[in-house]
Design a protein around this ligand. Structure first.
Ligand SMILES: [Zn+2]
Ligand SMILES: [Zn+2]
Length: 388
């Protein structure tokens, strides 16, 4: 392990910042005090700070030398709607909200890197420190891109990092191509004809539609996808009926689809529409499908992944960098930045063994022992990519 010496000195600061942010969680597009906290810190390090991107997002700009090259390093600011159960001293002070995904740690590590690079530079060019809101569900990264992030702050590449409790601390993992899945949602509404349950012949029962459609939707992955392609179709909600003796008029099914490539995504949506139309016809009723593509797959570029591997290797050694991990069907809105710019998203190992709570668990807390590793990765990547 070779963490950067300047970063080692900043560990108590990063811990304090992380604990403060953790105790004061804010959710999507409402991260105003977190954003103000970050802006304050960046200004105190001497960076130019641009606020108000995607409401609560901000960018810190740090220049050194006369080089024209520029890269972006990105962290996320938002917390989740989860009631914290960790019992730690810095636990959430807001009922029903907590930093259960470690974005408090991501923010603290990028602040630590900004502090170290502002003090001792060691690079030639421009660094953009991107702090985005609303990573969870609401696509703050997309909004930043739409609001001209890359036009206002021109850069050749953008990099992201997420702590990953499923991997041991002291490791990194990244790969060329997709690392996280695309996240789509769907809602299916079947409309039959309500009736007395003792006289089913006088109605059209949407419950039968639901029973058949849920089973048939599972055949998309089992029977339509190439066996070596990956896809998930999960029906996660069934709503219909209120009492024992009434056949309801309507049943609603909702769920999510996960994929790694657009062709598979197109195939699943098309087959879903065909199956729903077919099941509705079978039971003589109508059904609609609302299919929404939320986040695309997170796809790493070839060259930038090599750069990320080089930086991670310098910090934790080649034996601790997995360059071909199995991708995960979770999703990440950094994907929108990677659609606009080449870059690389990496997992920072944060596990302390099989009992470590995973992200989005009410017992999860960011692992402070990886603050120095993650921040050292940022500093190393910046200095390697913008070599003085
Ligand atoms: Zn999350
Ligand atoms: Zn997250």
């Amino acid at each position: 392990m070779k963490t950067v010496a300047e970063i080692d000195k900043l560990v108590p600061d990063m811990k304090a910042w992380r604990h403060y942010i953790h105790a004061h969680p804010e959710t999507a597009f409402e991260e105003s005090s977190t954003s103000a906290f970050v802006a304050d810190k960046l200004r105190s390090f001497g960076l130019d700070v641009h606020t108000g991107l995607a409401t609560t997002g901000l960018v810190g700009v740090l220049r050194s030398g006369s080089g024209k090259a520029a890269i972006g390093l990105r962290a996320d600011l938002d917390a989740l709607h989860i009631h914290e159960k960790t019992g730690v001293a810095h636990a959430s002070t807001v009922a029903g909200k907590m930093h259960a995904c470690g974005h408090d740690g991501h923010t603290a590590m990028l602040l630590g890197a900004a502090a170290a690079l502002a003090r001792n530079k060691g690079f030639d060019g421009t660094l953009y420190f991107i702090f985005q809101p609303a990573e969870e569900n609401e696509g703050g990264g997309r909004v930043m891109v739409e609001q001209g992030l890359f036009e206002r702050f021109p850069m050749r590449a953008v990099y992201g990092m997420h702590n990953w409790p499923l991997l041991p601390e002291g490791t990194f993992a990244m790969r060329v191509g997709p690392l996280m899945g695309a996240f789509d949602i769907f809602e299916i509404v079947a409309t039959g004809k309500g009736a007395h349950a003792a006289m089913p012949n006088t109605g059209k029962d949407p419950m039968l539609f639901a029973a058949h459609a849920i089973g048939a939707l599972q055949t998309i992955v089992a029977r339509n996808l190439h066996p070596l392609d990956a896809g998930v179709v999960s029906v996660t909600q069934v709503h219909g009926g209120d009492t024992w003796n009434v056949i309801p008029q309507e049943v609603v099914l909702r769920g999510t689809v996960r994929t790694f490539n657009a062709a598979v995504q197109d195939l699943i949506e098309r087959r879903m529409r065909e199956i729903v139309a077919g099941a509705a016809a079978m039971f003589d009723m109508s059904a609609t499908v609302r299919y929404e593509r939320r986040y695309p797959a997170t796809v790493n570029a070839k060259e930038e992944t090599q750069h990320a591997i080089a930086a991670a290797t310098a910090v934790v050694g080649a034996a601790n960098v997995d360059t071909d991990p199995q991708p995960n069907m979770g999703s990440e809105d950094f994907a929108f930045m990677l659609q606009a710019k080449p870059g690389c998203y990496v997992w920072l190992g944060a596990g302390r063994g099989p009992e470590t709570p995973n992200v989005h668990n009410p017992h999860y807390d960011f692992n402070d022992d990886v603050l120095a590793i993650g921040a050292s990765y940022w500093v190393t990547l910046a200095r390697q990519q913008l070599a003085a």
